[in-house]
Ligand binder design. Sequence first.
Ligand SMILES: Cc1cc2nc3c(=O)[nH]c(=O)nc-3n(C[C@H](O)[C@H](O)[C@H](O)COP(=O)(O)OP(=O)(O)OC[C@H]3O[C@@H](n4cnc5c(N)ncnc54)[C@H](O)[C@@H]3O)c2cc1C
Length: 222
Amino acid sequence: MKKNFDVVIIGAGSIGAPAAFFLAKEGLRTLVIDKLPSAGQGANKAAIGGVRATHSDRAKISLCLKSIEIFSTWEEEYGDHIGWVQGGYSFVAYREQDEKTLKGLIELQQQYGLNITWLDRDELLEVIPDLNRKGLRGGTFSPDDGSACPLLAAHAFYRRARERGAEFHFNEEVTDIVVKADKVRGVKTTKGEYGTGCIINAAGPWARRVANMAGLDVPVRP
Ligand SMILES: Cc1cc2nc3c(=O)[nH]c(=O)nc-3n(C[C@H](O)[C@H](O)[C@H](O)COP(=O)(O)OP(=O)(O)OC[C@H]3O[C@@H](n4cnc5c(N)ncnc54)[C@H](O)[C@@H]3O)c2cc1C
């Protein structure tokens, strides 16, 4: 018999694994399907692991401040070492125009809740001594940004999601999305079919192909 879920997540990467964790935590019957053999083996594995809220867009800053909160407290809260280092983030300026642009953004960034300041050349070199000194004018510094290990983090989300009841199917590829009367009804895979009224497309670089299965065009280009 076809198994039903509240949510089916396509992809167990940087987006899919944490999404599964938070949905399972809320008590939703969650299935994650990934064509690769384990969590975080897609683009996630290639990432350097920078977790920064240093952006100029309000939504991005808010989302990333939330990410920093989650990553920086994860080990304390759940006991998993995910390689979190709060090393800060800097945009450096060697040209007058870049200095002007970066300085012009700071007030807005601070208004959106970002902890960021401008450091002049010597102040910046104290924080990052290895910078190329020739022509250096200064730079922004956001001390709360940091980095984590992408594979350790994906695995931590995966493990804690499973503990909360999420199901993960690896080595299984979603081949079609079942849509009836303009509503999502389920997914077809290389191994079977699952019923759901809600799908999260967390397929990363493959997101356009997955969206096409539901007749949608998502402009993601690998
Ligand atoms: C060199 C490099 C460095 C980077 N550094 C950073 C960084 O420092 N900080 C940062 O924030 N970002 C960084 N990124 C970007 C970051 O890696 C991606 O934005 C992020 O991993 C995307 O996550 P995702 O979950 O969307 O995709 P992925 O992690 O790729 O997950 C998508 C998953 O979907 C699965 N999938 C796809 N189609 C199907 C299907 N039909 N059926 C079943 N499964 C399917 C795939 O197997 C994959 O596991 C970097 C990227 C690269 C390449």
